[in-house]
Design a protein around this ligand. Structure first.
Ligand code: FUB
Length: 453
């Protein structure tokens, strides 16, 4: 093992940090193209890592130099295990290319195979390489050369129940891997294509043949209940939707079924994703530019639940701020990551536009405005104190509700021009997991968070 990789791994351990979040799930850095995998009862998240270009303005577009890996047991608290692969330590990657795009990682026989696209020193667009580790957090040792026969981005590996592993990339291309997981199998179909004057051989098949697929990112393939699912982003009216198709065979032909997620309202151009089952539920990991509303190439990973219909079709996922998981009432419950909100005189904004990772506040501008946050765990003993961080130039009165009939009381909040934290005895108590609605009875206010002790 090289000294460089031991050093990377030691640094990763040093910088391991625990992060708690709704959507987006990772704070403090941009993350995109999330591939989530379950290894040994934990979810391991392998995203790409958007950065603000260090060589502005030439490379303001997608700018990515390395990969971190994160893990979680509850989908709420994520540990950053640090950098696992970086552009200056992969022998075949051009070290100033900043092109470490969407990756994947799978386990076979106790080894972890991390697949990633990048720009080769040899030129010629994108290639896909593999780095191998004994543990999901690394250290990963990159193979000296990229995988022969793959020209393209965004690898995804499907370990099918037929005993083979298949690699998908770019525009829906798919080929069988050898059992060594590092090379394309010899029995893949091969076609010779002409591009201008040039002729070259393409390995594998195009699984998106005949499906709606205006160029987009690489697909994510998985198997469930005897069906293979090819889920893939494609461009519709300048923004990507996440679509899916189904087949009885890993290499297709696939039949188009519809969209898993529609275009984002604010037109973040890309979306890229993975779908994973964990502790009996299915989740869509995808990205959006939450922390960078004015520049959609600095993206952040989100999670929302996925549901299958009895016929195997996928219910469309509506993106949320709330995300998934249960928030302890004793933590700062960020109401700006709401499940639902009244539509008049409400909204969210950054606490400090210069520091987006500090997060948001929610505005309830006038009487009757409300915000709802689902799945708060009030514990076994009813909390007796309600704390709120708020701002209200003229003061406000807020009521808390668990349902339309069950209230936790009303609370007078004195005028506060600037952010103020106030703790008040609770009028009513509750226990267990509940959905909480905060409603304005008088005045109007901004809320940063609420908490219960
Ligand atoms: O992150 C760079 C590229 O943007 C990815 O490889 C694509 O999937 C898209 O999200």
């Amino acid at each position: 093992m090289s000294k460089a990789f031991l050093a990377t791994s030691a640094a990763a351990l040093l910088f391991a940090a625990s992060l708690s979040a709704q959507n987006p799930i990772i704070k403090g850095q941009y993350t995109a193209d999330p591939t989530a995998r379950v290894f040994d009862g934990k979810v391991w998240l392998f995203p790409s890592h958007d950065i603000i270009s260090p060589v502005e303005p030439e490379r303001r577009w997608f700018c990515m130099e390395d990969y971190h890996v994160f893990s979680s047991e509850d989908l709420m608290n994520w540990t950053d295990h640090g950098v696992i692969v970086t552009q200056n330590k992969v022998p075949w990657v051009r070290p100033d290319s900043y092109s470490m795009w969407a990756p994947d990682c799978v386990e076979k026989d106790g080894k972890y195979y991390f697949y990633f696209p990048s720009a080769p020193k040899a030129g010629g667009g994108f290639a896909v390489g593999v780095a191998i580790a004994d543990r999901p957090e690394g250290p990963y040792i990159p193979e000296p050369e990229p995988i022969k026969g793959i020209n393209g981005i965004d690898p995804c590996v499907l370990q099918a129940s037929d005993g083979n592993a298949y690699i998908f990339w770019g525009n829906g291309r798919c080929a069988k891997l050898k059992p060594n997981m590092k090379e394309l199998a010899d029995d893949n179909p091969r076609t010779t294509v002409k591009w201008g004057e040039r002729e070259f051989e393409m390995v594998g098949v195009n699984c998106l043949e005949g499906l709606p697929n205006r160029q987009a990112e690489g697909p994510f393939a998985f198997e469930y209940n005897g069906n293979y699912y090819l889920t893939y982003p494609y461009v519709r009216e300048n923004t990507e939707v996440l679509a899916y198709a189904m087949s009885k065979n890993p290499m297709g032909p696939y039949e188009y079924k519809g969209t898993v997620m529609e275009r984002s309202v604010n037109e973040c151009w890309t979306n890229h994703h993975s779908i994973v089952q964990y502790k009996g539920e299915w989740y869509l990991f995808y990205h959006h530019n939450d922390y960078s509303p004015d520049f959609d190439k600095n993206r952040s990973v989100r999670i929302d639940k996925v549901r299958f219909n009895p016929d195997g079709s996928i219910e469309q996922v509506i993106p949320t701020f709330r995300g998934v998981g249960v928030t302890p009432a004793s933590e700062k419950v960020q109401l700006d990551r709401y499940s639902a909100i009244y539509h008049v005189a409400t909204g969210i904004d950054f606490l400090d536009p210069e520091k987006p990772f500090d997060g948001w506040f929610v505005t309830l501008g006038r009487k009757g405005g409300w915000v709802r946050y689902d799945s708060i765990d009030f514990g076994e003993a009813a909390p007796g104190t309600f704390t709120i961080r708020y701002r209200a130039a003229k003061g406000a009165k807020v009521s808390l509700w668990l349902s339309d009939e069950q209230t936790l009381g009303s609370y007078e909040l004195p005028a506060a021009q600037d952010w103020k934290e106030i703790s008040l005895p609770m009028a009513e108590g509750t226990t267990g997991i509940k959905n909480l609605k905060a409603k304005v009875e008088e005045g109007g206010l901004d809320i940063d968070w609420v908490s219960f002790k």
